[in-house]
Design a protein around this ligand. Sequence first.
Ligand code: HEC
Length: 139
Amino acid sequence: MKKKFYALIGAVILFGLIQLVPFGHDHTNPPIISEPKWSSPQARALVKKHCFQCHSNETEWTWYSNIAPASWLIAMDVIEAREHFNFSDWKTSNEDLDELKEEIETDEMPPIQYWIFHPDSKLNEQQKQELIQALESSI
Ligand code: HEC
């Protein structure tokens, strides 16, 4: 009984302590520099819905993105994703279309840690084709 109590106290203290780690609290969205020439507002909206959360400077920082350890995982995803390519800092050489298509077709993107928490972002075959079409016509 006592052991369980100490374990619980320990867990609470540990949870409190990890909140003090500085990494993961920087939620700045840098300015938007340039975007692809979207073929239509719908095309942009579609890509925004599924990819902007990590690959753009329009990340929506949800309440749980402030709480460690979720904050660490989300911040790492966004940093890494923006490094690969950034729809808000778009240069034609950024990422080729084939790579984008492949990631979508093989269900690599959007990644599981995203659609698990945003189920409406999980793509079915038809949505995949629509998203690819939106990218093809814009890039
Ligand atoms: C939850 C954050 C997140 C979302 C949403 C997301 N990505 Fe990514 N993406 C990443 C991360 C992190 C990486 C780098 C690590 C990796 O390859 O898994 C990445 C890498 C990539 C790469 C490069 C892959 C490689 O191996 O070089 C492509 C292409 C890509 N993403 C396309 C997309 C597309 C298209 C969408 C929208 C359908 C999307 N991503 C949505 C996080 C995300």
